[in-house]
Design a protein around this ligand. Structure first.
Ligand code: SF4
Ligand code: SF4
Length: 354
């Protein structure tokens, strides 16, 4: 958090700063067919970047001063395994922090060895059920659970063999009707497999199938409270408390809440959202935007350097947000981002002594 805030302080004082995080989406391809997956509701935006373009982007990002590279599961990153591992090694050679989100099914022994050897920081692995039949039914492919479990075992074995703490393992679990009665078992599984955190994710609805799985209301609230108690008992870190906090907000009210929270704020602190000042997201097709929500943009890394995009082309996003106007895609934004912006604003206020 600290260095990200340092950079925002610079912007607030009229100076310029580099992006702190780069979120690089390598592919929309996936070997699983999860019933709630966003890919079901999304069309391809064109051809994916070639390996050389991706490596150039990473080099430019690291030269620019990016300190954290996130490779999310927009598709399964290990579908481009050769490239992915090279990119990860580039990140670690420059001592930046790295995070990959994966379904874990494609990590073989040699991959696990390289990941541990390079000192990769965080591997977030999606597991949606404590047993094969639950997980595989959500993930749409038989054998997915077994393959993911094998990958975790390999990583843990290599960590032990090499005497390394990293990568830290985080478990992502979707909250669905299918697994709601098993969330406590997920905590136990996480503990047994050496995960540092078990993170529960509400389903974002992209398809009818996702709608059918979606859980809301009092049932979810009751379960989350029980899970929180169990997590404390087991000593497992989770995001449950944050989820309960987020549930106190009404999604449809979010814009009104944002404008209300800005009353009395001046200058940079009046900014609607700080993402375009510290974050750059790149889609598999090379489109660049300020956050995970943007989808497609006019800016493509195949046509511009990252420096030009960050210091010139992103100004358009910044101008709007600074002047109280949301961007076109902000209508799809969510409560966690609102809360994150509130946290950033509070830290900035403290740093700027206002
Ligand atoms: S693993 Fe991720 S990208 Fe692949 S189908 Fe499942 S949710 Fe979609
Ligand atoms: S979509 Fe959300 S995170 Fe992205 S710029 Fe808009 S408010 Fe910020």
């Amino acid at each position: 958090m600290e260095e990200r805030i340092e950079r925002l302080v610079k912007w607030a004082r009229g100076e310029k700063a580099s992006p702190y995080t780069l979120e690089l989406n390598l592919t929309k391809k996936c070997n699983l067919r999860c019933r709630m997956c966003w890919l079901r509701g999304n069309q391809s935006n064109g051809e994916e970047m070639g390996d050389e373009d991706v490596k150039r982007v990473i080099r430019e990002a690291l030269d620019l001063g990016v300190r954290e590279v996130r490779i999310p599961g927009s598709g399964e990153p290990f579908m481009r395994k050769k490239l992915l591992l090279e990119v990860m090694e580039m990140v670690k050679e420059r001592k930046a922090k790295g995070l990959v989100i994966t379904n874990g099914t494609l990590i073989e022994d040699e991959d696990a060895r390289r990941i541990v050897e390079m000192g990769w920081d965080i591997l977030t692995i999606s597991i949606d059920g404590p047993r094969e039949e639950v997980h595989d039914s959500i993930r749409g492919v038989r054998g997915a659970f077994r393959r993911t479990m094998e990958a975790i075992k390999r990583i843990n074995e290599w960590k032990k063999k090499m005497g390394k703490e990293k990568p830290v393992l985080r478990m992502n679990v979707i909250l669905a009707k299918d697994n709601l009665s098993m969330l406590k078992d997920m905590l136990k599984l996480g503990k047994r497999l050496g995960f540092s955190e078990v993170l529960f994710q509400p389903i974002t609805i992209f398809s009818d199938e996702g709608r059918k799985m979606h859980v809301e209301g009092e049932i979810l609230e009751k379960v989350l409270k029980e899970v929180e108690i169990e997590a404390r008992k087991l000593g497992v870190e989770t995001n449950v408390q944050r989820l309960i906090e987020e549930r106190g907000f009404d999604y449809s009210e979010i814009r009104r809440l944002i404008f209300e929270s800005l009353k009395g704020k001046e200058g940079f602190l009046k900014t609607l959202c700080f993402e375009p000042w510290y974050n750059m997201v790149i889609s598999p097709e090379g489109f660049a935007g300020p956050c995970a929500v943007f989808g497609r943009s006019e800016i493509n890394v195949r046509d511009h350097s990252l420096r030009e995009i960050w210091f010139n082309l992103f100004e358009e996003y910044r101008e709007k947000l600074k002047n109280g106007k949301f961007l076109e895609f902000c209508k799809n934004c969510c409560v966690p981002i609102f809360l994150e912006n509130q946290r950033i604003r509070r830290e900035l206020e403290a740093r700027l002594n206002v």
